[in-house]
Design a binder for this molecule. Structure first.
Ligand code: ZN
Length: 132
């Protein structure tokens, strides 16, 4: 599995863009609203992997709840897989708890599914597969 991206929960994505533009010395390559997740996202390419900034668009979103509980910071690690359906089944066989039993459409043209952090040492892990 390749580390596809690291998701960072932020309160104000416009402010955070300035910080990360300065950090990386260049601008993000994509901004996308993900209506189903009630989030805005911004992506940076960082070598083989990406950084995804996530800002909540609604108090109901997972990002809003995360920031309420833990504040801004690293929210999830996303690993790229070739066959997300097969990987979900494999994870279940290995005893991991899936948040999503079926993949759903995520940002950046991906099918995604999350593993519950209580089965992965407190780290929220996303499986993702590019939609071709
Ligand atoms: Zn992600």
């Amino acid at each position: 599995m390749k580390l596809e991206h690291i998701g960072i929960a932020v309160k104000d994505i416009e402010q955070s863009k300035k910080i990360f533009d300065a950090l990386f010395g260049r601008q993000s390559y994509k901004t996308e609203e993900v209506a189903s997740e009630h989030v805005s996202t911004v992506f940076y390419q960082t070598g083989q992997s990406k950084v995804e900034l996530l800002q909540s668009q609604s108090a109901e979103s997972a990002i809003a709840k995360y920031i309420d509980k833990k504040g801004e910071g690293i929210h999830h690690l996303a690993f790229e897989v070739d066959d997300i359906y097969a990987e979900i089944e494999r994870m279940k066989r290995e005893g991991f708890e899936m948040v999503n039993q079926q993949p759903k459409h995520g940002a950046d043209n991906k099918l995604i599914a999350f593993l519950h952090p209580k089965s992965t040492n407190g780290v929220l892990i996303e499986l993702c597969q590019e939609i071709k």
